[in-house]
Write a protein that binds this ligand. Structure first.
Ligand SMILES: [Zn+2]
Length: 155
């Protein structure tokens, strides 16, 4: 029986669209029109979640009446280096896809860090760079860049 079965290897490119919803839309409009990054504060557990969502992922409390501006700076909490090549990638590989905890947020946002992979580390501080054109998605923040190291004297 197994001799009659075989596997055909292949790849697909899959165009898609989705509705960002009321919460996601407000988040993206603020990115686009105000160049501001907002999270939502959970009334029950007080965590600020970015990106905003309709329910708290920890206590399942309904969210978001309190919108809180966060960032635009934050810290890399984890990252990976994307080395494979496929159509529609947001950057030329190899590139860094990081989890970034923005200042004022209690969760991390997955986004791009535009820096040589070997220079990126957990704990590195980064800053959002907004796209110049309308994109209407999370790439309204084009990417993050490392902050310059500050001298201990603050100069
Ligand atoms: Zn909560």
């Amino acid at each position: 029986m197994d001799d009659d079965c075989f596997v055909v290897e292949g790849k697909m490119a899959l165009p898609y669209q989705y509705f960002a919803g009321a919460v996601g839309s407000r988040f993206i409009v603020a990115l686009r029109d105000e160049k501001k990054i907002f999270g939502v504060r959970c009334e029950r557990c007080q965590r600020v979640l970015v990106p905003p969502r309709a329910f708290c992922d920890r206590c399942f409390g309904p969210l978001p009446e309190e919108w809180v501006e966060v960032g635009p700076e934050g810290v890399v909490t984890n990252f990976t280096v994307v080395r494979y090549r496929e159509p529609y990638q947001p950057m030329e590989p190899p590139y860094v896809l990081a989890l970034i905890q923005l200042d004022g947020a209690d969760s991390s946002l997955a986004h791009l860090v535009n820096a040589p992979p070997e220079t990126v580390s957990v704990g590195m501080r980064v800053r959002a760079v907004f796209a110049g054109e309308v994109r209407n998605n999370i790439l309204q923040v084009a990417h993050f860049v490392p902050l310059e190291e500050k001298s201990p004297a603050g100069g």
